[in-house]
Design a protein. Sequence first.
Length: 902
Amino acid sequence: MSLPKHYDAQAAEKKWYQYWMDKGFFRSTPDEREPYTIVIPPPNVTGVLHMGHMLNNTIQDVLIRKARLEGKNACWVPGTDHASIATEAKVVKLLREKGIKKSDLSREEFMQHAFAWKDKYGGIILEQLQTLGASCDWERTRFTMEPKLSKAVIKVFVDLYNKGHIYRGLRMTNWDPVAKTVLSNEEVIYTNENSKLYHVRYRIAGTENEWLTIATTRPETILGDSAIAVHPEDERYAHLAGKKAIVPLVGREIPIIFDKYVDMEFGTGALKVTPAHDMNDNEIGERHNLKVIDILDDSGALNEAAQFYVGMDRAVARKQSAKDLKAQGHIVKIENYTNNVGRSERTNAVVEPKLTEQWFLKMDTFAATALAAVENGEVDFFPPQMLNMYRNWLTPDNVRDWCVSRQLWWGQQIPAYYTADGKMAVAETQEEALAILNKDGGSYTAEDLKQDEDAVDTWFSSWLWPMAVFDAFEDPTELKYYYPTNVLVTGWDIMFFWVARMIMAGYEWSGDLLGPELAKEKGVHPFKDVYFTGMVRDNKRRKMSKSLGNSPDSMELMKKYGADGVRYGILSCSAAGNDVIFDAPFDKKSGKSLSESKLCETGRNFSNKLWNALRLIKGWPTKDSPPSTVNRLAVKWLDQKFNETLESIEQSFKTYRLSEAVKTLYNFIWGDFCSWYLEMVKPDYQQPIEETTLEHTINFFEKLMTLLHPFMPHITEEIWSHLREREEMDRCTNSTWPTGGEYDEGFLYKVETMKSLIASTRDIRKRNQLKDKETLDLAVQDGEGARIFLAEMGMAETIVKMAYLSSLTYTTEADHEGQGFIAGTEQYYLLFEKTIDVAAEREKLEKELNRLKGFIKGIEKKLSNERFVAGAPAAVVEKERKKLSDGKAKIELIENELFNLK
RNA sequence: GGAGGUAUAGCUCAGUUGGUUUAGAGCGUUUGGUUUACACCCAAAAGGUCAUAGGUUCGAAUCCUAUUAUCUCCACCA
């Protein structure tokens, strides 16, 4: 059998993913095993896989695959989110391109278009996740707007309403006067625009020539003024307490009020208050009980209430009013000014603040519950400092009621029904609404009812996700097995929008669904741990985004480096919670990101390294004879080193330090296994290896593949299949996670000393232009330390083999040709004919001597401090003493060497 | 304006409750290599006053305070 020189990731990845799917390895149904559950943060149904998804889903896959290897019932539920605003915007845009206006369509017609579009283009991202190797149970794929999930949303809305948590109220919203609709915050784009700041003077009522000057960018709204506000501590205006001012043009008298909101530094320090047309003015108006005078109609033109310029557009009215104010002597000055103007994403119209009726969810008790859940440790955050941000958001001062209504069609329609005569009922169905309305003898019919036009906020469906994916609101059977989920993996940017709200929902409903006993036993939190990933940024620290073009094409990356290579690349640079700098270079011409990455290249090279280690082993003929001492040492060492490494990896997993875990494995496999172990046991060319040593080697390789499998599933599966003859269900994917064992730190340290000894001989060869293969003699200064060190089984033989020596001998001579060096605490001489550059040699040794002396001085200072010896743990003191004696031994060696150098 | 994070080698980052760390890895750089597994490789080297200034401690990259830089979220810019 001959294996090609390079590993073909493309072919292997496709083959194995199909195999896993065919064998149902990712399928999960409740059984007697311990469950390990993750629900995917549902990506936007119309989205494509970007770097953030890759990071996020690779992490989830690592966790779920590890759990599967540990024999747990691993269940990873995939799905997509309907993302109401983004998707509706896309559909509206698409329809517009076809010449269809949303306003010409009925709700039903629009929804048909939207669903058709979703069916055609939606879900691409799920296929892309499969390319990445995501081991989701695809039979469980859910969508936040599918009928069952929508039903749950409606049920929950009604429940909250009946419990008194939901109310309807007026709220300042962003009004698009062209589309004549309310916009969500996300649909408003703010840019700095040049405008003018008008300083307008108002006459104080009851005076002839006393004025108060305000600054405004919108003089036309003067017609809707209800007050003038100044800061309560502003001495310039203190005398105006209780006075009134006269609004120019209309001549209305308005109070002068004092409010801390006013910035004394800005303009004149006096602010005109127009509660109907400004968010802040509205709040001031509420505090001071001011009249709300709405002077604009739905299209942004002035209405009757304005008295002047009626029917004129606000922009035209602005210029006209400025002209008129000037003519009447009210304009003090006009400045050029740059301010932040919000425009509609859809129509580019300047957004007008407007009061509209919205639905709200009271947050106070929910917020307290969600905060307590994390503070008392029922939910743990990783990294833990994320709790600070969470606390800050959920503190009562910062919590605002959640506006759950959105002026959109793509979403669950709010289950509120109105009658023409102003009655309202909230119910899951129209029939139930009728029943409520007719309870006291009414006689409304279905024709009398009009359902609320708005849809609920997308988050109002996603907050149920961990319960809804198990159809908990219809039948809690599966919930009882899988809930609470083990971990949620998500970005910290949606901590408040999503994470906190899922916790709220979990505490609100899962207790009832699970029943009191189970709820007590398992808890009602939706997940035990939350692992916050960082944002993926480019090498200029900008958030990767489509519009910037700074995100590499994820599919291209996987094509180039293999899914395993990309998984390695993205994981290795992502410590929990820290932002991820993904170093993809830019094309200088276009400024676009190239689909290249050094990190992914490292991952691909790693796959190739593994592949070649396999090729090496497969090429070895075997013989039936007892293992050599070198091979016995190699096996003993790697076995213990494996145990040590496994322990460190387990530790990293416990705290979700996945990048640490994968790097540890990388270093162990590449460095210890390939560069040292395999080189140690490698037979001479075309010579056989002992069967027992080969068997040990294959065992090691197998265990390593299982450890690496969660990170790089395809290559490990491929290698697994070549290592031995396999049954069809005997795959790396469902192999068994290895258990650790004992290791002797002293022994491992000895081997490290051996490694540095060998490295020193290579360094000396290189410095002296000696060929690596040229065999030389090595002499070690005879002494107890050297005798003990070299007495270790196989040690001397391994040094001879790995350092290309002809012999390793003890010496007592002080003077040697060749080059001396220290390894551990022993003095060695690599022997060869050499003219020694005494000056250079002395300089090098003296440098080292000085370093060591400083080192010793520090330790001596420490040890001479009684408080250290008394206060520090005994083990620490002992370690310091060892450091001291080793250091002193080395100093002595160097001083001897210096003495001998003439 | 409110809040939070980050600052360690040229770059990207580790450094887990302060103590075998006068500090590690990968990439990059330099040097050597036609070693029959791998040049997607092998061997080796150089490179850091741990942002700055104080403090706590027997001991600080690690804890505290201030400063500076930088990033993010929330609110807003009359």
